[in-house]
Write a protein that binds this ligand. Structure first.
Ligand SMILES: [Zn+2]
Length: 462
């Protein structure tokens, strides 16, 4: 039973959260009919639409109407459509980032020689005590969303800390303004469960690009944590959303037996996303697979924080759905090409085997349709197919880091950089056009983020 003081606090939290929130229109124009024509190489990621496992189509077109792809193929009729001439370009689905903390652009570069536990103590937990304002939160998340879009990420899962109502409000407004498709994994407190419900109902559900997840407490076998996990899992089920937790990221996490804790809490199932899962045993991999749990692989973060190497081959061999995550300030880049390269390179370096999982094809799948499968959104995003959302990126390979072309698909993984991305569509809206973000004053966004960063940095190193 809630005491009246708690009720009052919860009520004020909700009021503070919702008051002053204005939902801004999207940054770009309403989507109409667009023909991306004469593409050098369509990488549809749909084998039935083209050649091989990528469904490759040479000299193809992609036709978009409203927020959806209506046709992919050769010589499509684009009458009445805006035409994007993609001669010489590569077209593919936008990247799906299944685990990120967008506010952490505020601490990019912090604790460069620290492992995960010390990094959290030095760079993350203190920020919760610094009263980050709504404007500061907005500025740093704005910066991250622009960086993601520029790098071709079209869907992001933002596991959001909930330092304060102002902080959460700034986070959400920046996401809504960005034009990105997103899931907001909100780490609200169960004492404020009405607020968690209200945020979903009032701020997420009305937006077709937005979805909600419960950002779960760190799993631990302690009774009170298991009880909290159980209530969070029940809440997620009641809301029909995912529960998203950090799982066995560091070796010392094993002492807390987090998988058993999640099992005792009744949380092991297809509605659970576990980020990292570096230190899982063979038995645990089998258990995760049998329950249909989904995982986020964050290789750059795991390298940066000396966490270890996920047993990706063994995990995928059991059929577990896995996507790639950039993981915020532990990674310091929004570059999914780099993340794919690292996912491949770590396993090859570990096994001395150049054919080990993930292959080039598997890395591209993890970064697109694999991420969509983690989110149960594979019917909507993750590949270029008629009826799917028009989340599309256009790459220009005619660049210093890419040409001459030998094997374009392999080069997308091993050579490409965010600077090669010329066009980004999310739900048919053009958010990057000819290499420039649409309707974005980048200098102002950078200056605003710098101001927030300077204050926080000064406080952290005091
Ligand atoms: Zn994380």
């Amino acid at each position: 039973m809630q005491c009246s003081a708690t009720k009052r606090f919860a009520a004020s939290f909700l009021t503070m959260f919702l008051v002053g929130l204005t939902i801004q229109p999207s940054v770009a124009q309403a989507p109409g009919r667009t023909l991306i024509r004469n593409v050098n190489l369509d990488m549809t990621m749909e084998p039935q639409l083209g050649d091989g496992e990528f469904g490759l189509i040479a000299s193809g077109d992609v036709l978009i109407e409203g927020d959806r792809i209506v046709a992919v193929g050769k010589d499509l009729d684009g009458s009445g459509a805006r035409t994007v001439d993609a001669t010489g370009k590569i077209v593919m689905p936008g990247f799906v980032d299944v685990h990120n903390h967008l506010w952490q652009s505020l601490i990019w570069g912090c604790g460069a020689s620290l492992a995960v536990g010390d990094w959290l103590k030095a760079c993350v937990f203190p920020v919760g005590r610094l009263n980050v304002t709504e404007q500061e939160a907005y500025a740093v998340v704005r910066l991250s969303t622009l960086d993601l879009l520029s790098a071709g990420v079209t869907t992001v899962v933002y596991w959001s800390h909930a330092f304060s109502p102002d902080f959460a409000r700034g986070n959400l407004q920046a996401l809504l303004d960005s034009g990105l498709r997103f899931a907001f994994a909100y780490r609200g407190r169960l004492e404020h469960v009405d607020d968690i419900r209200a945020i979903k109902r009032d701020m997420i559900d009305p937006h077709p690009r937005a979805s909600f997840q419960i950002g779960g407490v760190h799993p631990n076998i302690a009774t009170e944590v298991v009880n909290t996990l159980r209530r969070m899992s029940e809440l997620a089920r009641e809301m029909n959303v995912k529960l998203h937790v950090h799982l066995l990221e560091a070796e010392h996490d094993r002492q807390q037996d987090p998988l058993r804790a999640l099992d005792l809490a009744g949380a092991l199932g297809p509605m659970l996303i576990g980020a990292h899962a570096v230190h899982v045993t063979d038995d645990e991999i089998v258990r995760l697979a049998s329950r249909g749990v989904r995982l986020a692989h964050c290789p750059l973060s795991n390298m940066r924080l000396a966490s270890g190497i996920m047993r990706l081959g063994a995990i995928r061999a059991q059929g577990i759905r896995v996507g790639l995550g950039l993981d915020g300030g532990t990674n310091d880049t929004s570059d999914m090409f780099n993340t794919m390269r690292t996912a491949i390179g770590l396993q090859r370096a570990l096994t001395h085997n150049p054919t080990v999982y993930p292959t080039v094809a598997a890395a591209l799948q993890l970064a697109t349709i694999g991420g969509a499968e983690v989110l149960d959104m594979e019917a909507q995003i993750g590949s270029l197919a008629p009826g799917k959302k028009a989340d599309v990126i256009v790459l220009d390979p005619d660049a210093l880091n890419f040409a001459p072309r030998f094997d374009e698909v392999s080069q997308v993984v091993f050579n490409a950089q965010p600077s090669n991305i010329e066009w980004v569509f999310v739900g048919g809206r053009v958010l990057k056009e000819r290499g420039k973000l649409v309707g974005v004053d980048a200098k102002t966004a950078i200056a605003d983020a710098n101001r927030a960063g300077q204050r926080v940095r000064a406080a952290l190193i005091r």
